[in-house]
Design a protein around this ligand. Structure first.
Ligand SMILES: [Zn+2]
Length: 251
């Protein structure tokens, strides 16, 4: 059985101290496939190094909505395009809209989201989408482009999940399904057919234990919980999700 963590920040400074041990634990837990999300120069350098060492790891790079600043202009985007041309990622992300944080205006987020969507389509690369408190705007923008990919760390309603699936998106669930009595995530999991389902840790973030660092090895617990919710044996679910992963990257 092989588990796939479709969203982790293994290049993060939070893993600088013991990255090799974290990967060791991950591989021992059979979390052998992963998408390394890189949203900073540091993460990208580490990500490239890891992808060269572990061919089962995919590389994603993008301008995270929360990393944008009012002063960002065309230069920032050109810099991003250069990085993409150099590192040849397998995916663009995470990109999207985050209206929870009021530090960044909606306008600048939308402008950079749009540029990256257009660019990903040109390159024919799948996307890893971050959307927080911004469902309508996210959907509206995604519909403008012939794009595909993953809606990451899904936390919306069952109805919205169905809409995304109808439009061809994969829905990835994280540790939110582990919280005791988590009714809304369970309903959303039920609404997504297995052939559009994926899991992720978002490590080092989103640990189910407050204050603790999350690790890709924890993808196993998330998978187990989803197998329970959906009533699909874990082995079968892993196989289906591996297939989803392959289809996503057209392998
Ligand atoms: Zn993330």
């Amino acid at each position: 059985m092989i588990y796939t963590d479709t969203h982790c920040h293994l290049g993060s400074v939070q893993f600088d101290r013991d990255r090799d041990e974290v990967i060791q634990r991950m591989l021992e837990a059979d979390v052998c496939k992963a998408i390394l999300i890189c949203c900073s120069e540091h993460d990208l350098q580490e990500g490239i190094r890891l992808r060269n060492r572990y061919p089962e790891f995919k590389l994603a790079c993008g301008m995270h909505p929360q990393s944008l600043m009012e002063s960002d202009g065309e230069e920032r985007f050109v810099h991003f395009q250069n990085a993409v041309q150099e590192c040849r990622p397998d995916m663009i992300g995470e990109i999207g809209l985050d209206y929870q944080s009021h530090r960044h205006t909606k306008e600048i987020q939308k402008a950079f989201f749009e540029k990256q969507l257009e660019y990903a389509c040109q390159l024919d690369l799948p996307l890893n989408i971050h959307s927080r408190k911004a469902v309508l705007d996210t959907q509206q923008m995604l519909r403008k482009y012939p794009c595909r990919g993953i809606i990451h760390s899904y936390s919306g309603s069952a109805e919205t999940a169905r809409e995304y699936v109808r439009e061809g998106w994969y829905i990835s669930f994280g540790a939110s399904v582990l919280f005791p009595g988590a009714r809304k995530p369970a309903e959303a999991v039920m609404a997504v057919p297995a052939d559009h389902l994926l899991i992720e840790t978002d490590a080092p973030y989103q640990s189910p234990v407050p204050g603790k660092r999350h690790e890709p090895a924890d993808a196993v617990r998330i998978c187990r919980k989803i197998s329970e919710i959906k009533g699909i044996p874990e082995e079968e679910l892993c196989r289906i999700m591996e297939d989803n992963f392959r289809k996503l990257f057209r392998e």
